[in-house]
Design a protein around this ligand. Structure first.
Ligand SMILES: Nc1ccn([C@@H]2O[C@H](COP(=O)(O)OP(=O)(O)OP(=O)(O)O)[C@@H](O)[C@H]2O)c(=O)n1
Ligand SMILES: C[C@](O)(CO)[C@H](O)COP(=O)(O)O
Length: 231
């Protein structure tokens, strides 16, 4: 059964309060320069280009002065928590405080996925806006999948039904708050919180370029892609 989409709005929530401990940077990785500007500014530029997004809220760590200094055209809330899940829940409550309705949609997207494009965001909205549950960008597994025991292969699994979860992940704000609060502080994405409520989010093909900058080598790759797009 599809839902009435006429009055619902779309919000974006960008968790940006991590330390980037795997990235090997001196400060939080999301502010490292990539292709001429801080990583998170590429992420925000993609969302700014999607006109049907009513408002973008960036969740930063307490004491983070980046958005004050940079006067970025976004709302920043210093309500980041110990884990990504806590940052997201706090951000969702902040969205409700600034006027979002529980039935409005939210697209939660990692600041660290700075190669997201307006086309991918629009594609996710188009695919999910009439769905009862919502969904996420994801990438079908291309490699052969092994499990490991003691440094050796334990088993080769079928890759036919395996996808890598990406962001944005798009759900109704009210239901997502309920799901995230029940799932707890260590859940690693929004879809798994919804799954724990018995929901089956839509898998919407993203792309290999929408990777999360996580390890030191990822910065050069992200820079090459962004510079390629600027040409
Ligand atoms: N407590 C946290 C942890 C993460 N994030 C954000 O969630 C996104 C995905 O997290 P990840 O890439 O794992 O970032 P970090 O937690 O910063 O990295 P690491 O695990 O290497 O420390 C990032 O945009 C990050 O800033 C957040 O808002 N609050
Ligand atoms: C949400 C996410 O980017 C989907 O792949 C991922 O789960 C974030 O996890 P991390 O452990 O914070 O890197």
């Amino acid at each position: 059964m599809s839902v009435n989409v006429s009055n619902t709005r779309f919000f974006a929530l960008i968790p940006c309060a991590g330390n980037g401990s795997r990235a090997g940077t001196t400060g939080p990785k999301q502010y490292e320069p990539i292709a001429g500007r801080p990583m998170v500014m590429h992420t925000l530029a993609a969302f700014a280009a999607v006109k049907r997004i009513a408002r973008t809220l960036v969740v930063v760590a307490q004491g983070d002065g980046f958005f004050t200094r940079n006067f970025a055209p976004v709302t920043a809330a210093a309500c980041g928590g110990e884990t990504r899940a806590i940052s997201v829940v706090n951000g969702l409550h902040e969205l409700r405080k600034v006027g979002a309705d529980g039935r409005d949609w939210v697209l939660v997207h990692d600041a660290a996925r700075c190669l997201i494009t307006p086309q991918l965001i629009d594609g996710l909205i188009d695919a999910c806006q009439e769905d009862d549950v919502g969904g996420l960008l994801a990438q079908k597994l291309v490699d052969t999948l092994k499990t490991e025991r003691g440094g050796r292969v334990a088993e080769t699994l079928s890759r036919e039904d395996k996808w890598l979860a990406q962001t944005p992940q798009m759900f109704r704000i009210g239901r997502l708050i309920e799901a995230m609060e029940q799932a707890g502080d260590s859940v690693t994405d929004e879809a798994s919180a919804m799954e724990a409520l018995g929901q089956r989010p839509l898998l919407v093909p993203g792309g290999p370029q929408n990777f999360k900058v996580t390890y030191p080598d990822d910065f050069a790759l992200a820079e090459a892609v962004l510079k390629g797009r600027q040409r």
